[in-house]
Design a protein around this ligand. Structure first.
Ligand code: 0O2
Length: 267
């Protein structure tokens, strides 16, 4: 197959991963904008490189003509979560979406691979609209925790280095490290409530501060300077007191003041 042909084949996959990255990142922002904890921490995407595709084609004895139907991870999305519980939440969210259809699932979190690898895998069918028209493609979504990702990234590099000949002592060490990851994820799940509370408070506070600052900035255009300085001083006082309920109240009062000025300017 010519290089140009490869480029053409990979084009829709590249479009798909760009779109999917945008969608999952938007989901994360929407949670945070609503002051909610996001089960999605990070989204990485990639299109399999030509050399990695060729390696898989040879290893699995697939004809070059069957690549698109027999290899379902040409497009890859990796969703990183903080906690194991988030993995299953994200999987449920994906299953409910109407713009992607889950065609295969593999729970390597519950059934870890012999290497020690853990991750939740889904293959979805996803439609892209390219210049040539609509095309349904397969995409592999890997959902894992930060800790699982740490392990998999390191183990993947070692696999790449040693291919099938990983020294036994290294293999055993990696298995031990995988066990430690299981314990770490379990421990983190036990303090999940505390961590989520802390993160929700942080998100709520930064959303409030952003709203307040936008309102103050807009007031500069309409209110007199003395009033704005008074508002600013009050804001700094409340902000430094770390009293979130007071900050919420202040933000609401400021909304009313801003609304008043807006109504006046429309008269
Ligand atoms: P890359 O660079 O991520 O694309 P396989 O025969 O294992 O290649 P299969 O049967 O199609 O693939 O699917 P499977 O088992 O779900 O694995 C697909 C991907 O999962 C791999 O892609 C890896 O990203 C990841 N994976 C699976 N097993 C392991 C493992 O033991 N260690 C690590 N670190 N990752 C794993 P590629 O093509 O290997 O690599």
């Amino acid at each position: 197959m010519e290089i140009q042909m490869w480029r053409e084949i990979l084009e829709p996959y590249s479009l798909a991963v760009d779109e999917l990255k945008e969608k999952f990142e938007h989901m994360r922002s929407a949670y945070r904008a609503a002051g909610l904890y996001s089960p999605i921490e990070q989204v990485d995407v990639r299109v399999k490189s030509i050399s990695s595709l060729l390696e898989k084609v040879q290893r699995k004895h697939i004809s070059l003509d069957d690549i698109e139907t027999h290899i379902d991870d040409i497009a890859g999305v990796r969703i990183i979560c903080q906690f194991i519980e988030d993995i299953y939440k994200v999987a449920q969210i994906i299953k409910k979406r109407t713009d992607m259809q889950v065609v295969e699932e593999q729970d390597y979190v519950k059934d870890q691979k012999p290497s020690g690898y853990r991750s939740y895998h889904m293959v979805i069918k996803y439609r892209v609209e390219s210049l040539k028209g609509p095309k349904d493609i397969f995409c592999e979504i890997q959902i894992r925790t930060l800790a699982m990702n740490f392990w998999a990234t390191i183990e993947h590099s070692l696999q790449y280095k040693y291919k099938q000949n990983m020294p036994e002592n290294l293999r055993v060490r990696l298995l031990k490290a995988a066990e430690a990851i299981v314990v770490l994820d379990r421990e983190m799940s036990l303090v999940r409530g505390e961590i989520m509370d802390a993160q929700n408070t942080f998100t709520l506070k930064s959303n409030l501060v952003a709203d307040i600052l936008t309102n103050i900035q807009n007031l500069y255009k309409v209110a007199n300077k003395r009033e704005i300085v008074k508002i600013q001083d009050e804001f700094f006082k409340i902000y430094n007191s770390e009293d979130l309920a007071h900050l919420e109240l202040f933000a609401k009062e400021l909304d009313i003041i801003s609304e008043g000025y807006r109504a006046q300017s429309l008269k």
